[in-house]
Write a protein that binds this ligand. Structure first.
Ligand code: GAL
Length: 631
């Protein structure tokens, strides 16, 4: 498939006289897609029911006439000021029971029913107007659900909807009391109306109450999005997309993705490194102008799964952002590297955020492809290079990997609710497993926790999965390849009680007790690496494959079903995965730090995230260099 590039444009930010010139220069740069509209509600409907489409009609016509394909964003992430006068209770409420104020974005509560109807109304009007417009070739629903921590809301609306959700799930309150274990601390309820949201309790709230609230809140995002997709599909045949964020896990993206045609995400590698990575100062200093070499790839693989094979980058960092603690410029070549890395992982399009840097308001310090003074910015030249290279690239199509990694949103909620140790973080655990696999030169598929077959893979890795549902258990039972699960995988029931059976099909040992470790506690392995953060003791009924230096079992099982009783550090994981992959006939090669590989059907891509030249099989890959060769 021929890959494409795009950009994010805000016609409402610029005088109309600039639009035609902008469109011409987009085309000249090799851009095919332009996303507009997603924050423009106040310009479409300045006062209730007074709609002004004229400017948006003109913008679509101008961009379309230049040959660009428009992605139309629904404007529901930014309800205008009058909306709050009309529905004061629609504001999102934080855990301290305080409503946020108007004056920024994403200030709505997903459960507020009248706001949902306002969204249906504006989406219907928009879809009626542009659904058949030949220039509108894709739609984006809302913008970055959950960004700025906006999934959980402790509003009255959320409380009412939560009670309905619980009634639907449990049917009678006795069933709920049993499922939650409410006999503990006399927490039993007499009816659903008594149940409140689990904030502001004296000490720990019931974990199943908390987990059900997380499940409910996620379902609210799913149904909010579905209201929009239902409307859009009535009037348009164009694909429907949402732009997800990096390391946002507060709702189940697989479920939202099931209602959409394409997944997309907003990739800000340097912002993410500074803003949401737990790596130490030396790592951050080394990758300050490149981003974490595994963070983007992880999300590419995750969203490929969420999009059932179809995914894009809707926003690609083109230069310094404005929102991280430190905002240097990318190393020359990185914008190109990030783009090709996305294509190598299967992205159909990479859109750069944004076309021109705004000289006003919140994001005036955020780079675009053009400066606020309308001169080309460094990112533009790299985008142009990518567009030119796409023309010379015959094919980039996705191959199924040999190794799969299970990622589950609910497990992240579960371990936030009951971490048991301050350093037990599910996302970090999974990313560290991914990093170790990638450092062995492997391409990875990320798969959901309800995968019904594992047959295409040779090795499946399941770290920290709270509970194994029957679909996955059956898939494991029927799988000829190797599964390595743990730590903590399968340790709970779906009701968030302890699982008293062996944590994985094919194992005999049960978990006797667990320990979380201080950051300074490091337990050396007998062979390579260390145990950190977490270790479990089992009933010891399976063969022991790896031990700590002091003889505690860390890896148990046989050649095909293995369980990690501990959080193994990078070098321990690398050595465990290396042995397992070799046993399964999966070729591995230990890569230098910062160098990563991705195989497509036709090519091997090599990416150098290092600020220095790095050797790969006799070749010197330049800093920020991309190399590809036919397979
Ligand atoms: C994204 C968002 C954009 C813009 C961008 C800045 O999270 O979708 O609207 O704010 O960040 O980096």
């Amino acid at each position: 498939m021929k890959r494409t590039i795009g950009t994010c444009y805000y016609p409402e930010h610029w005088p109309e006289e600039m639009w035609e010139g902008d469109a011409a220069r987009m085309v000249e740069a090799g851009i095919s897609w332009v996303r507009i509209g997603e924050f423009a509600w106040s310009r479409i409907e300045a006062t209730p029911y007074q709609l002004d489409w004229s400017w948006l009609d003109k913008a679509v016509a101008t961009l379309g006439a230049a040959g660009l394909k428009v992605i139309m964003g629904t404007p529901t992430a930014t309800p205008p000021r009058w909306m709050i006068d009309k529905w004061p209770n629609m504001l999102i409420v934080n855990e301290q029971s305080q409503a946020y104020k108007f004056g920024s974005r994403r200030h709505y509560c997903f459960s507020h029913q009248p706001y949902r109807l306002e969204c249906v109304r504006i989406c219907t009007l928009m879809a009626q107007r542009y659904g058949a417009n030949p220039h509108v070739e894709a739609w984006q629903t809302d913008n970055e659900y959950s960004c700025h921590d906006t999934t959980l809301s402790y509003s009255d609306a959320a409380e009412q909807q939560f009670r309905l959700w619980l009634t639907d799930k449990y049917q009678n309150v006795a069933a709920l009391n049993t499922a939650w274990g409410n006999v503990f601390w006399s927490m039993e309820y007499n009816n659903f109306e008594q149940i409140q949201l689990p904030n502001q309790t004296v000490t720990d709230a019931n974990p199943t109450h908390l987990l059900d609230f997380r499940r409910f809140s996620s379902d609210q995002v799913v149904s909010f999005n579905r209201l929009q997709t239902d409307v859009l599909r009535q009037y348009s045949k164009a694909p429907l997309i949402h732009n997800y964020m990096g390391r946002v896990t507060d709702f189940d993206h697989y479920k939202v993705g099931a209602d959409l045609d394409i997944a997309s995400w907003d990739s800000y590698p340097m912002g993410f490194l500074e803003d949401r990575s737990e790596e130490g100062e030396a790592f951050k200093a080394r990758y300050a102008q490149q981003g974490d070499p595994d963070f983007q790839a992880f999300h590419h693989d995750l969203y490929r799964s969420v999009g059932r094979g179809r995914w894009w980058i809707m926003e690609q960092q083109p230069g310094p952002v404005n929102w991280a603690p430190y905002n240097p410029a990318p190393l020359p070549g990185m914008v190109r590297l990030w783009s090709w890395e996305a294509f190598a992982h299967g992205a159909e399009a990479v859109c750069y955020f944004r076309w021109r840097q705004a000289h006003f308001a919140q994001e005036q310090m955020h780079a675009g492809l053009y400066t606020p003074g309308n001169d080309p910015a460094p990112g533009l030249f790299e985008a142009k290079t990518v567009a030119a290279e796409i023309e010379t690239m015959p094919e980039v199509s996705t191959a199924t990997a040999q190794v799969a990694l299970v990622f589950d949103y609910e497990s992240d909620w579960a371990w936030q609710i009951q971490p048991q140790g301050a350093s037990f973080n599910y996302f970090k655990l999974v990313l560290e497993h991914y990093r170790a696999l990638r450092s062995l030169g492997l391409s990875i598929d990320i798969i959901p926790p309800d995968s019904d077959t594992l047959e295409s893979y040779r090795v499946v890795v399941i770290p920290g999965l709270m509970s194994l549902n029957s679909t996955l258990r059956n898939a494991i039972d029927n799988f000829a390849g190797a599964v390595i699960s743990g730590p903590r995988s399968g340790s709970k029931t779906a009701q968030f009680a302890m699982n008293l059976e062996p944590p994985m099909p094919g194992m005999r040992s049960k978990i006797s007790y667990v320990e979380s470790l201080r950051p300074s506690t490091v337990i050396p392995m007998k062979n390579t690496g260390n145990v950190i953060n977490w270790i479990e003791t089992t009933t010891n009924e399976d063969p022991v494959l790896q031990r700590t230096a002091c003889n505690r079992p860390v890896l148990i099982g046989d050649g095909h079903r293995q369980y990690l009783t501990a959080w193994a550090d990078q070098s321990a994981l690398r050595s465990i995965f290396k042995t397992l992959c070799q046993e399964q006939g999966v070729a591995v090669q230990e890569l230098p730090d910062g160098l990563r590989i991705r195989d497509t059907k036709e090519h091997r891509f090599v990416f150098n995230y290092n600020p220095t030249p790095t050797q790969y099989q006799g070749l010197t890959i330049e800093p920020a260099g991309v190399h590809w060769e036919a397979l």
